[in-house]
Design a protein around this ligand. Structure first.
Ligand code: BTN
Length: 324
């Protein structure tokens, strides 16, 4: 029944339909119409009611569905099993568990909200419902443990591809952040299990701030974080960045397997946020200022410490500060 009411309002999206007309078409009382309106609102439909005018549909809920996502993916890609959750502590934790229980390569875990979203270095990832994309990809590549961290750079390039297609070009901050202007809009957290040499599985977690508004961010990150919506000045259906990212990742992953990170180097270089900036690097517990001179074909940061004649390749570390 709520579905038929939805259909009537959708036919006239943008204008009011009187309660009387709805009641007549559905063969129910005006009070029953009101009950159904309330139930649709509870499902996230934005229905405006105005005395004398009736009801108007202003917006439909932005929900993920497997059918909605599959309709936007190309056939033949690696994504073959989807888990959609309303809420979980962390999609990375779910995907790691599923991996241990034998879930296949190409499993995608997506949640509307996270109660314990994790960022790098034990930071929390702000994950309210209805606003953003939180996903984890389970991969079982035949690569060494040393090569595995490059996959999160691959994800970064794919994410930048996806957002560029949507008209929201971003930059990549080594190793795992996507920036829009001088604020972070997305982050990647890769976790893996490996045997002494080969990777058993790797989970690539991606958080994209899609429709966050300024007051959705907690004060401690308010001046540093942004969203696609804030950058572009309009909201996005969340399935769009999600589907575009999955398509782009499928392509970039193939390129990586065939040619290593070097095959994606152009995709990184033209969006390198840090290149030429002075940065404070933390590695192996030490902090050091220097200049970021790009990323090499292995995905290592080329870092020239202050006073040093040449840059060295840094495979793992964190940029704590950078000059704006
Ligand atoms: C970072 O920038 O520090 C990485 C953030 C990664 C957040 C995503 S959201 C989906 C997945 N689940 C998590 O708990 N974390 C990642």
């Amino acid at each position: 029944m709520a579905e038929r009411l939805h259909r009537i309002l959708t036919e006239r999206q943008g204008s009011f339909v009187s309660g009387e007309e709805i009641a007549a078409r559905l063969g129910i009382s005006r009070a029953a119409v009101w009950k159904r309106v309330r139930s649709l609102r509870g499902d996230g439909y934005a229905i405006e009611g105005a005395r004398g005018a009736g009801y108007r549909l202003n917006g439909v809920p932005d929900r993920f569905t497997e059918a909605g996502l599959r309709a936007r993916l190309r056939p033949g890609g690696p994504w073959n099993a989807f888990t959609f959750l309303d809420v979980t502590d962390s999609t990375n934790s779910r995907a790691m568990e599923m991996a241990e229980n034998g879930a296949p390569h190409g499993t995608v875990v997506c949640s509307d909200a996270q109660t314990g979203g994790r960022g790098r270095l034990g930071r929390r990832w702000v994950s309210p419902p209805g606003k953003n994309v939180y996903i984890s990809l389970l991969l079982r590549p035949d690569i060494s443990a040393a090569e595995a961290p490059r996959l999160s750079l691959v994800a970064g390039v794919a994410l930048a591809d996806a957002l560029e297609e949507m008209g929201v070009p971003g930059e990549l901050k080594w190793p795992n952040d996507l920036y829009l202007g001088d604020r972070k809009a997305a982050g990647i957290l890769a976790e893996m299990a490996s045997d002494p040499d080969r990777v058993r599985h790797i989970v690539i977690g991606v958080g994209i701030n899609v429709n966050m508004e300024a007051n959705d961010f907690p004060p401690e990150i308010c001046g540093k974080a942004t969203s696609l919506r804030l950058r572009a000045g309009r909201p996005f259906p969340r399935v769009e960045p999600l589907a575009r990212f999955l398509c782009a990742f499928a392509d970039r992953y193939e390129e990586f397997l065939a040619g290593g990170f070097a095959a994606l180097q152009d995709g990184w270089d033209r969006r390198d946020f840090l290149r030429g900036r002075r940065v404070l690097l933390r590695r192996r517990g030490d902090e050091e200022w220097g200049v970021a001179e790009g990323v090499d074909g292995d995905g290592a940061l080329r870092f020239r410490p202050d006073g040093a004649a040449a840059a060295e390749g840094v495979h793992s570390g964190e940029i704590l500060e950078f000059q704006r």
